[in-house]
Design a protein around this ligand. Structure first.
Ligand code: OAD
Length: 323
């Protein structure tokens, strides 16, 4: 057994050695990333983001101990926190998810500086695509065009009757109106449509949208820089995109904590490894808003970013405990 492990380890080391490239950055920090963007003339930046880009808008993330959504669902009496996004539980107890959905419904929150930074990347002509796990649609609200966004876990743009094939679509305003009318409202809608209606938010075990499946391999193969922000990178297949990114593209993580390293994620980040074992990965430990502002400053775009935020006049100012 020990020998098998040893051979496997050697094989892995060999593969990792094969993968190594000369350093892609002059320094493994924001300055190095900004220099790379300017010198290489990046035009195919891919961004992956998660709940951490929206916490300063007042929307909690999922897994931060204490303040994350999964630590604050006691009122729903769930078998486990993730059940709120499981069809099996939803079929039996829809009320819990419906209450949560009412709180998270778009329109209640405004974009953050990190969302405006996404728009700025696009307006500078260097954003190929933004993949978001967030269902809050704040990227679009900040002005990012729909063709630049992949809402990998769905959102509130559409609604459908669960367990139907072919799928029965329901105009999302009908669901909103039903939920606003409380328990009676959604029960009536269920009767009228022949089943429970839910927004097209991806539940655990459900397939990701076609748009994700159609685009991600070509986008990640073409990308010349990957920026990952505000995510714990524990949910698949989304987390796996980090490992698919073109090998010669630097990868930047802006987050409060390290996430998605190669210890846990196949071909994950290598910023925690020393010397030549890391030729392309940068971890910038910071809040997403501050991290985006730092990168904008290094790129000479500080004023552009602030002007964009000011011109929209719709940036969130939140004093919630998770900010
Ligand atoms: P998580 O809550 O798992 O991770 C959020 C990450 O962002 C954590 O590493 C936080 O430390 C970090 N963070 C929080 N606020 C931040 C801030 N202001 N600046 C920088 N970092 C910050 O959220 P996701 O990774 O998005 O899936 O979760 C992924 C998926 O899990 C969600 O899409 C959802 C959930 O189950 C579905 O609902 C299908």
């Amino acid at each position: 057994m020990g020998q098998v492990c040893q051979s496997f380890k050697s094989l892995m080391q060999l593969q990792l050695q094969d993968e190594k490239l000369p350093p892609l950055l002059s320094s493994f920090d924001m300055e190095g990333i900004a220099g790379y963007i300017a010198e290489k003339g990046c035009k195919q930046v891919v961004v992956m983001c998660g709940a951490g880009i929206s916490t300063s808008a007042g929307i909690p993330d999922f897994r931060t101990p204490g303040t994350g959504l999964y630590d604050n669902l006691q009122r729903f009496n769930l078998p486990r926190a993730e059940s709120i996004f499981e069809l099996k539980f939803f079929r039996k107890t829809p009320q819990a998810f419906y209450e949560l959905v009412r709180e998270l419904w778009p329109g209640n929150y405004e974009p953050t500086p990190a969302h405006y930074f996404l728009r700025l990347l696009n307006e500078k002509g260097i954003l190929r695509r933004c993949y978001t796990q967030n269902i809050d649609s704040l990227e679009g609200r900040a002005g990012l065009p729909a063709e630049k966004l992949v809402a990998a876990h769905g959102n509130f743009d559409e609604a459908h009757v669960i367990d139907t094939w072919p799928e029965i679509k329901v105009p999302v305003h009908e669901l909103k109106r039903a939920l606003d009318a409380g328990e009676e409202g959604w029960k009536e809608l269920k009767k009228a449509k022949g089943g429970l209606v839910k927004p097209k938010i991806v539940f655990f075990g459900e397939a990701l949208p076609d748009r994700f499946n159609r685009l991600h391999m070509t986008d990640l193969a073409a990308c010349d820089l990957l920026i990952v922000m505000g995510t714990s990178l524990v949910v698949y297949p989304f987390a796996g995109l980090v490992g698919v990114a073109n090998k010669s593209a630097p990868r930047l993580l802006i987050n409060r904590d390290q996430a998605g390293t190669c210890d846990t994620l196949e071909s994950g980040f290598r910023f925690h490894l020393q010397g030549e074992d890391n030729w392309r990965d940068v971890f910038h430990k910071d809040d997403c808003d501050a991290g985006c502002r730092t990168l904008a400053e290094h790129l000479g775009w500080k004023d552009d970013l602030e002007a964009l935020i000011q011109s929209e006049g719709r940036v969130s100012v939140c004093n919630a405990p998770w900010v």
